[in-house]
Ligand binder design. Structure first.
Ligand SMILES: [Zn+2]
Length: 175
């Protein structure tokens, strides 16, 4: 079975252990220098946001990174852990995306955050810098579209996110 078939199978199979095993088996390429592991989180995270004056609850992060040493204490050279939520698999199924699209989110996006936190955590220490960090991570995905043979609809989505963060305040559901 190719890894892509394995991913597509897992989109229809919510087994935590199978998804965890799959995530552990992935080659993180150069991002392995900045990521200590990839964890599957079976429960969705809820994100509270604002739309104008209205409070909205977005479904979840797709993926996120955890690195308290870098984020709270601004200590460089600590690796991050990546958390992958069920919605990552759901999006792949709903949009008919494939492994290249998944790796774009995992390696080119989360791996990019991990690299910046490893090298210079101060770069995203202020709230206003978060939008810039998101912009750079989506831009890195765009740069690697061809390498990963990303799907046309995936490219449109990631470019839209990049452009949204370029405008500083992005109301789309990020990560
Ligand atoms: Zn991000």
């Amino acid at each position: 079975m190719t890894t892509n078939e394995e991913l597509i199978d897992l989109c229809n199979n919510p087994s935590s252990s199978a998804r965890s095993q799959f995530l552990r088996s992935l080659d993180l390429e150069g991002a392995g220098k900045y990521i200590s592991g990839v964890d599957y989180i079976a429960r969705e995270s809820r994100l509270i946001g604002f739309k104008g004056l209205k409070i909205v609850v977005n479904k979840s992060y797709r993926m996120s990174i955890s690195n308290p040493a870098a984020r709270i204490f601004l200590i460089p050279r600590f690796k991050s852990r990546v958390k992958v939520y069920p919605i990552s698999f759901e999006r792949i199924r709903e949009e008919s995306w494939h492994l290249g699209d998944f790796l774009s989110m995992l390696i080119d996006h989360e791996g990019y955050h991990a690299k910046e936190l490893f090298e210079s955590p101060k770069i995203i220490s202020h709230f206003s810098d978060v939008n810039n960090a998101e912009y750079r991570a989506y831009e890195n995905q765009v740069r690697n579209f061809d390498k990963r043979n990303c799907s046309p609809t995936f490219r449109i989505w990631a470019e839209e996110m990049r452009n949204c963060y370029k405008r500083v305040s992005c109301e789309l559901n990020s990560n």
